[in-house]
Design a binder for this molecule. Structure first.
Ligand SMILES: Nc1ncnc2c1ncn2[C@@H]1O[C@H](COP(=O)(O)OP(=O)(O)O)[C@@H](O)[C@H]1O
Ligand SMILES: [Mg+2]
Length: 350
């Protein structure tokens, strides 16, 4: 079902994304060891990797770093060690083998990865470790996960890492592969940018879903949906869900996407901006109201929240960009490109 609200888990359910699936396949065939998928929230990153991995051409483990972070308040090595070990043992059992891994009392992840690598090497297997929302690996405390990934990429011939990130800037800042002092500096990687659908693709996506659900929707309504929700597959899926499963009329369904989508987005934004909430809110409101160049944003924020230094404002703005909430355009203006996020920001209470 295309209009299922959960991330898709099979290529049969995944709409299009052929180029990206192809790119993943060829990376693995070529023995590449690091693949990174960037894309804003709800464009289908999790759906893409899960569907790809579920083709079962390669043994894999898929872990959500955001979830681990939210459960533990950090990303402890012990937790990663244990889940990777558990999943690996399960995989070995499934193919009727025994994973004779020496347990490490200190939960040293590199040692585990080395053993998995040896095991896979002797069986001519490539094992995929997919870390969803990998920017949360920056919360490793004393553990430097960028160093561990770099070490893995250099030394483990039978493990491939796939990382994804909704917060492209945060993920890049964590990986620092352009920084000569960073562990991952200069490492070869396949970077895939997952974009929202174009208008045409979005309409085709909706058509496909409605056909599957046996429902006829007029062109006008399809066009209006894209006009309101843009080509963000997550929101289009919500719309389709409300129209088919919930049997709503067009206008009501759009309204409902805005309502539920804004609530969801509001929660996400709140957790991200908590540390300097008031200033972040006025920056976001300024941009939404069209006061979206540096000087004008500064004036707006200062009129609402008192004086703020250039350095502080710069850093707050940059953080919003790195989080994937705000985009900086070529002409140096700032925009928010998700219509639901715009709606949510209008509703944010300072
Ligand atoms: N290409 C696609 N085909 C089918 N459904 C999709 C596609 N891309 C996204 N979706 C749907 O949109 C929603 C968000 O997708 P998800 O994979 O969770 O995005 P992300 O991980 O980028 O936040 C889910 O309901 C998912 O089923
Ligand atoms: Mg996801």
């Amino acid at each position: 079902m295309l209009f299922d609200l959960n991330p898709k888990e099979n290529v049969e359910d995944l709409y299009d994304r052929k180029t990206e699936l192809e790119s993943l396949s060829s990376s693995l065939k070529n023995g590449e060891r690091l693949i990174i998928i960037y894309g804003l929230r709800r464009v289908g990153k999790t759906s893409l990797i899960h569907s790809f991995l579920n083709k079962r051409e390669y043994p894999y483990i898929l872990l959500d770093m955001k979830e681990i972070y939210h459960v533990s308040g950090s990303v402890p090595m012990k937790v990663l060690y244990n889940v990777i070990l558990k999943e690996f043992v399960k995989f070995a059992e499934k193919i009727g083998e025994y994973a004779n891994i020496d347990l490490d009392a200190d939960f040293r992840l590199p040692d585990l990865l080395k053993e998995i690598n040896e095991w896979c090497k002797s069986r001519k297997l490539i094992f995929i470790i997919a870390l969803d929302e990998a920017q949360y690996l920056r919360y490793g405390g004393k553990v430097r996960y960028d160093g561990i990934v770099a070490w893995g990429v250099d030394n483990l011939s039978h493990i491939t890492f796939i990382l994804t990130g909704s917060e492209a800037g945060m993920l890049k800042e964590f990986l620092r592969y352009e920084d000569t002092d960073a562990p991952l500096y200069g490492r070869f990687r396949n970077e895939i940018y997952l974009n929202r659908f174009t208008k045409g693709e979005g309409i085709a996506f909706l058509r496909h879903g409605f056909k599957e659900a046996g429902k006829n929707i007029s062109n006008d309504e399809l066009e209006d949906t894209i006009k309101n929700l843009d080509g963000i597959s997550g929101w289009l899926t919500y719309y389709g869900y409300f129209r088919t499963i919930k049997n709503m009329e067009h206008g009501k369904a759009i309204e409902q996407v805005f309502k539920e989508g804004s609530e969801l987005t509001l929660k996400e934004i709140e957790t991200l901006i908590a540390r300097s909430r008031k200033r972040y809110i006025y920056i976001l409101k300024s941009i939404v109201e069209g006061f979206n160049t540096w000087g004008v944003i500064k004036a707006y924020v200062e009129s609402k929240a008192g004086s703020v230094s250039d350095t502080v404002l710069n850093s707050l703005l940059q953080t919003l960009v790195k989080l994937g909430i705000v985009e900086k355009k070529q002409d140096d203006s700032y925009v928010i490109s998700d219509p639901i996020a715009i709606n949510a920001i209008k509703r944010l209470k300072p």
